[in-house]
Design a binder for this molecule. Structure first.
Ligand SMILES: Cc1cc2nc3c(=O)[nH]c(=O)nc-3n(C[C@H](O)[C@H](O)[C@H](O)COP(=O)(O)OP(=O)(O)OC[C@H]3O[C@@H](n4cnc5c(N)ncnc54)[C@H](O)[C@@H]3O)c2cc1C
Length: 413
């Protein structure tokens, strides 16, 4: 048993995974969250353990497309005007990340994480008895036109294949054989046989939290107002009082930027909001997540209905839900299903996104008793377990299984 007491701030999928890894390593661990576990971005994701996602978003070709996409109200990309000033450091970072050398470094860093991810989350699922929440049916990414599919085959899909991703190209008939209830809106697409998905992101967080507390971990519901490192520990100022720990790990998703700023750590983190609609699709059935890649929406069959997830809306985390975004997504779902599904619920939440698409993981240079795990953007579910493992390894003084240099907060200074 380690003698240190470590606090994790944030009970999303990243904080909970980190708590479990540290508990397994023998530390006394307390998780502090202002909400119940799993109610942040981790509540609303599309459920994919996206093993294929190894390419950063930032590329000059993407940057050139962005102004047109922002003007098109039906595109997946949108921005709240008043959020523009907060986007400036991110935009500059995105521009720098577009240079080919940076892109290649980013690809290598994501590939290195992915190579350890599957084992890390299989271990976590086995530890917590949550494997029944995961399905291994692969995932489909479809294109509306032959041209779009052909372009992708020469672009992103070629790059992924070169990175060792297991993928198959399917024509429209082969897709129909896999998903007979899907409408014929597409010209085929890509099948990733190794991709898994969860039927309930919330239940997954709850299982993690349950295992953690059943094994002596403490979950406290409170807001951390300030993190104050000192020579022999770290004080946390909570809503009513302060508490001291030997070490602290900040896993507060999109809120991490504000907690870190007073420590002199500046990160160009933004709130990239995504939406989901829970749909009742009647007698129709889907066996796996299906993405319409031109529209950047996914339909994932979950325990409480089919989750239609997507959209990248750069807006403050507390901005009201924009019904127009939800309506646009619903229009896409109607085409995918050739039907009008019933909406059971609508949700919006903030992906914690960095300009180079890489999460921020590891101890802070200036404050070695404070570690961080945030900024996972579109891939927090996928990279939760490996993030926890890497943070635990670094806190134990071991050489982390993946080189943490590309993920350091210092890369932004
Ligand atoms: C629509 C959508 C679809 C997505 N699909 C996928 C997908 O298919 N696959 C995938 O891998 N990823 C996906 N993602 C991304 C993924 O959901 C996120 O990257 C991930 O949930 C981030 O987890 P987190 O633990 O860092 O943050 P969160 O889940 O947001 O957790 C942070 C926690 O910190 C707490 N907190 C914040 N500030 C404080 C404070 N001061 N004091 C105390 N507590 C605090 C919050 O209450 C919250 O519970 C998707 C995201 C969205 C929005």
């Amino acid at each position: 048993m380690q003698s240190s007491h470590i606090a994790i701030i944030g009970a999303g999928v990243v904080g909970l995974s980190t708590a479990l890894s540290l508990q397994k390593a023998g530390y006394k661990v307390t998780v502090i969250d202002k909400e119940a576990p799993g109610m942040g971005a981790s509540f609303g994701n599309a459920g994919l353990f996206a093993d294929y996602a190894r390419l950063p978003f930032a590329k000059f070709a993407m940057m050139c497309k962005m102004p047109g996409m922002l003007l098109d109200k039906t595109s997946p990309l949108s921005m709240q005007g008043s959020y523009l000033p907060s986007l400036m450091p991110y935009g500059w970072g995105f521009f720098k990340a577009c240079f080919p050398a940076k892109y290649v470094q980013g690809k290598a860093a994501l590939k290195a994480l992915q190579e350890h991810t599957q084992q890390a989350d299989r271990d976590l699922l086995a530890l917590t008895g949550a494997a029944d929440l995961i399905k291994s049916e692969g995932c489909l990414g479809l294109f509306a036109t032959e041209d779009g599919f052909a372009t992708a085959q020469q672009g992103d899909l070629k790059e992924r294949r070169e990175q060792g991703v297991n993928l198959q190209f399917l024509n429209a008939k082969q897709v129909r054989d896999l998903e007979p209830d899907l409408a014929g809106f597409h010209a085929g697409g890509v099948f990733y046989p190794d991709t898994r998905f969860t039927v309930s992101p919330l239940e997954l967080s709850r299982r993690y939290a349950h295992h953690f507390t059943a094994n002596g971990g403490i979950i406290a519901q409170d807001e951390v107002l300030a993190v104050k490192p000192k020579d022999d520990g770290v004080d946390l100022r909570l809503s009513q009082h302060s508490v001291s720990f030997d070490r602290v790990v900040i896993c507060t998703g999109v809120a991490s930027k504000a907690l870190l700023a007073p420590l002199g750590v500046k990160v160009p983190l933004v709130s990239e909001r995504g939406y989901h609609l829970t749909l009742d699709i009647g007698d129709k059935q889907l066996s796996r997540p299906v993405g319409w890649l031109d529209k950047a929406v996914f339909l994932t069959p979950m325990a409480d209905g089919v989750r239609l997830a997507g959209t990248a809306e750069f807006a403050s985390a507390d901005a009201p839900l924009n019904p127009q975004r939800a309506e646009t997504m619903l229009e896409h779902a109607k085409v995918m299903l050739d039907d009008t599904p019933e909406i059971k619920s609508t949700w919006v939440g903030s992906r914690p996104s960095t300009p180079d698409s890489l999460p921020v993981i590891g101890p802070l240079e200036q404050h070695p008793r404070v570690s961080v795990g945030f900024g996972h953007g579109h891939l927090g579910l996928t990279f939760g377990a490996i993030t926890g493992q890497l943070i635990a390894e670094s806190i134990q003084g071991q050489t982390p299984s993946v080189d943490l240099t590309p993920f350091s907060a210092a890369r932004f200074s």
